[in-house]
Design a protein around this ligand. Structure first.
Ligand code: PLP
Length: 378
C-alpha cells in the first residue's frame, strides 16, 4: 500500500471509510435522508462563509465545473476565461461545448493573475455574461487571489464561476465577502473523502440568470436547476449516492471541528517550500504558492519518471508528476487535507533525501531535517 502524497485524490481516514459502510436507507423515499442531505449542504455553506445554497452532485469535481457552464451558457454568450494554467484554460471546452463564445485572458503560468492589470483590462472590455477562474490551478500549484478578482468582475455584473476543487478547506475561502456566484469543490482533494462527489455553492444572482434563460439548459445531469424545490417536494432528480454522502459528511464534520486546519496547511506549505529551496532545489512558481501543493523542478541529470518510480518502489510513497507542458518537468507533493500532517510530510521529505542522493543529486542540506526544524512539530 502506498502512502498517498499526491494533490488529489488524497488519503482517506479510517472514520470516513467506516462512515461509508453505514446501513443504507432508500434515499429517494426516506425523508430523513432529505434532511441529512440538506444539513450536509448547509454545513458546506457555513464552512465557506456563505448564505448561498450548496448542492452536492453525484459525480466527481469535473461535473461541478461542467454543470456551472452548462447551466449558465446560452448559444452566443460571451464568456471570459481567466487562464494561467491547465484547468483555467480547460474551461474553454465547457463554454464552447454549450455554445458559448470564450474569450481567453491569459497570463504567464508562473505568477498569479495580477488584480491591478486585470482591473485595467476589465475597464476596456467587460461585456461578458460570466467569467471562469481557478483558485488553485493544481498542475502548477498556482493560487489566484479570488478575493480580489471576483469583486472586480462583480463590479461589472459579471457572474463568477470559481474552480476551488484543490484549494477548498486548505486555503481560506469566503464566498459572500468575495462575491463568488458559483464555487465548485470536490470530495477527493482537501476534503479527503474518496472521489465521487462535487459540490457547488449558488448565489441568488446565478440562480436568476439560469431562470431567465431564453433557451433550455442542454443537459440533465449537468443542469443545476433540476434540484430546484427538492427539499420542499422531498424529491431528488436522481437517486443520491448515499454512501458517498455519508463519507463526505464524516470528512466535513472533522473539518468543522479542526480549528487548526488552515494554519496547519500554511505551516506545512511554507516549510515544504523553504526546505526545498534551502536544499538547492527550484520551485516551479515565482509567486502565488498554494498551501495545498508544492511543485518543484526536476533537477538536471535525472527525470521525473525516475524520481517517482524510486519513491514508489523504495519508499512506498506516491508523488505526482504533472500535466500538459509541465509533464516530465516537475514533481508535485500534495499536502492537502489528510495528507497535510507533519509525520507524513517529514517521511516524504526523508524519502526524497534518499532518492535524490541515489540519483546523484547533491542537496546542500537534509530536506527532512530542515522541514522538521521549520515546523518544530515532528
Ligand atoms: C482535481 C481537480 C479537478 C477535478 O478533476 P479531476 O482531474 O477529475 O480530478 C478540477 N479542478 C481542479 C483545479 C482540480 O485540481
Amino acid at each position: 500500500m502506498y502512502k498517498i502524497m499526491t494533490p488529489g485524490p488524497t488519503q482517506v481516514k479510517e472514520h470516513v471509510r467506516q462512515a461509508r459502510a453505514r446501513v443504507c436507507t432508500n434515499p429517494d423515499l426516506d425523508e430523513t435522508f432529505v434532511e441529512y442531505y440538506k444539513e450536509t449542504c448547509e454545513l458546506i455553506s457555513r464552512l465557506l462563509h456563505t448564505s448561498n445554497e450548496t448542492l452536492i452532485l453525484g459525480g466527481e469535481g469535473i461535473l461541478g465545473l461542467e454543470a456551472a457552464c452548462a447551466s449558465l451558457t446560452e448559444p452566443g454568450d460571451r464568456v471570459l476565461v481567466l487562464d494561467n494554467g491547465v484547468f483555467g484554460k480547460g474551461f474553454v471546452d465547457f463554454v464552447s461545448m454549450y455554445g458559448g463564445v470564450p474569450r481567453l485572458y491569459t497570463v504567464d503560468g508562473r505568477n498569479p493573475i495580477d488584480p491591478v492589470a486585470f482591473a485595467a483590462f476589465l475597464e476596456k472590455d467587460h461585456d461578458y455574461k460570466y467569467a471562469t477562474l481557478v483558485h488553485c490551478d493544481t498542475p502548477s500549484g498556482i493560487l489566484n487571489d479570488i478575493s480580489a478578482l471576483c469583486p472586480l468582475l462583480d463590479q461589472y455584473g459579471i457572474v463568477t464561476v470559481v474552480d476551488s476543487v484543490s484549494s477548498m478547506f486548505g486555503e481560506e475561502i469566503r464566498v459572500d465577502e468575495s462575491k463568488i456566484d458559483i464555487l465548485c469543490g470536490g470530495s477527493q482533494k482537501a476534503v479527503s473523502a474518496p472521489p465521487g462527489l462535487t459540490f457547488v455553492t449558488l448565489s441568488d444572482r446565478a440562480k436568476k440568470v439560469m431562470a431567465q434563460r431564453k433557451t433550455p439548459i442542454a443537459a440533465f445531469y449537468a443542469n443545476l436547476r433540476i434540484f430546484e424545490g427538492y427539499y420542499e417536494n422531498k424529491w431528488f432528480p436522481y437517486t443520491m449516492p448515499i454512501s458517498d454522502i455519508y463519507g463526505l459528511r464524516a470528512a466535513l464534520d472533522e473539518i468543522a471541528e479542526d480549528s487548526e486546519m488552515l494554519a496547519r496547511h500554511a505551516q506545512i506549505g511554507s516549510a515544504c517550500r523553504k526546505a526545498l529551496t534551502d536544499a538547492g532545489l527550484h520551485l516551479h512558481l515565482e509567486s502565488g504558492f498554494s498551501n495545498t501543493v508544492t511543485v518543484f523542478e526536476v533537477p538536471e541529470k535525472t527525470t521525473a519518471k525516475e524520481i517517482l518510480q524510486m519513491m514508489r518502489e523504495e519508499h512506498e510513497i506516491l508523488l505526482a508528476g504533472s500535466l500538459g507542458t509541465l509533464n516530465g518537468q516537475v514533481i508535485r507533493i500534495g499536502h492537502m487535507g489528510a495528507n497535510a500532517n507533519f509525520q507524513d510530510m517529514a517521511q516524504t521529505m526523508g524519502a526524497l533525501d534518499s532518492v535524490l542522493s541515489k540519483l546523484g543529486i547533491t542537496l546542500t542540506l537534509s530536506l527532512e531535517k530542515r522541514f522538521c526544524e521549520l515546523c518544530e512539530k515532528c
